[in-house]
Design a protein around this ligand. Structure first.
Ligand code: NAP
Length: 271
């Protein structure tokens, strides 16, 4: 159980973040839920309070992670209220899907600003408190798309690969400090992410299989309890690094084929 754990989750208003919040609440954690949509956050809070009457009442805070002042305020409010943060889950994320060569610079920047800099902002604000306490965990929700640049996800893959690189650097630097870092690599998960993502052109998305956000959330919270350092959540994610090491040309060919089929309007499965 996680009674007394203070857990701050960004992007808690829907999808994986909402399910992670529910799963932490079941374990008795004190939650701080952040996102831009306050109405959706309040619904998550209500859901927790109704389903789990004994669980601590979550604090909901409106926060746009692409705004440094918002993030600073989020962390200040959280620390003032709960005297610290034990777990930071950097989950807020957005996507752009379509021809990478036709994607506007503003869209590259927007994705980086949420997926990469949004996490950086939260880390820079939370880390001093964790270091002072000599303990804490940062969970960065990356993606299998961080492992290899997949077709029509250039901006998204770049933002998640940057997050992984930053996480690895920071993890080494934090060694011995009591603060640890976990990288999560979800595969395709059935959430509203796909209907909110910006579309560039008319390229198809691969059809499933998609995992459920409940399954992903349960795996994340279990991995936190087991102090895992990396959590890879799909078969593609588990096999891709192996093939990349031994048959890199095969992966290139598969990616080219997927790009061709998706542009051509054909149905394809994932990698
Ligand atoms: N779904 C997948 O297949 C998949 C696969 C791999 C990785 N992921 C990653 O998993 C994470 C969660 O995605 P999801 O699938 O659960 O999608 P989702 O349902 O769309 O959730 C995204 C969350 O991020 C929040 N968000 C977006 N922009 C924000 C901003 N500027 N400031 C604060 N919060 C913001 C959204 O809340 P508001 O709109 O209320 O701000 C929402 O709560 C993302 O990092 C995504 O990249 C998803």
């Amino acid at each position: 159980m996680m009674e007394g754990w203070r857990v701050l989750i960004t992007g808690a208003s829907s999808g994986i973040g909402r399910e992670v919040a529910l799963e932490f609440a079941r374990k008795g954690a004190q939650l701080i839920l952040a996102a831009r949509r306050m109405d959706a956050l309040r619904q998550v809070r209500e859901q927790i309070n109704t389903a789990l009457p004994g669980a601590p009442d979550p604090l909901v805070v409106s926060c746009d992670v692409s705004d440094s002042k918002n993030v600073k305020k989020l962390v200040e409010i959280s620390v003032r209220r709960f005297k610290g943060i034990d777990v930071l889950v950097n989950n807020a994320g957005i996507g752009v899907y379509g021809d990478t060569g036709l994607t506007a610079l503003a869209d590259f920047r927007a994705v980086m600003d949420v997926n990469f800099f949004g996490s950086v902002r939260c880390i820079l604000e939370v880390l001093p408190y964790m270091k002072k306490e000599g303990r804490g965990l940062i969970v960065n929700v990356a993606s299998v798309a961080a492992m290899y640049g997949v077709p029509f996800l250039g901006a998204y893959c770049a933002s998640k690969a940057a997050l992984v690189a930053l996480s690895q650097s920071l993890r080494a630097e934090l060694s011995g400090s009591g603060v640890s870092l976990m990288i999560v690599y979800p595969g395709y998960t059935q959430t509203e992410f796909f209907w909110k993502e910006k579309k560039v052109g008319r390229v198809r998305r691969p059809r499933g299989p998609y995992s459920s956000p409940v399954k992903v959330a349960k795996a994340i919270v279990k991995a936190v309890q087991c102090q895992k350092r990396n959590l890879v959540l799909s078969l593609e994610g588990k096999t891709l690094p192996l093939f990349q090491g031994i048959l890199p040309l095969l992966i290139e060919r598969v990616m080219e084929r997927i790009a061709f089929q998706l542009r051509d309007g054909q149905e394809v499965s994932h990698v």
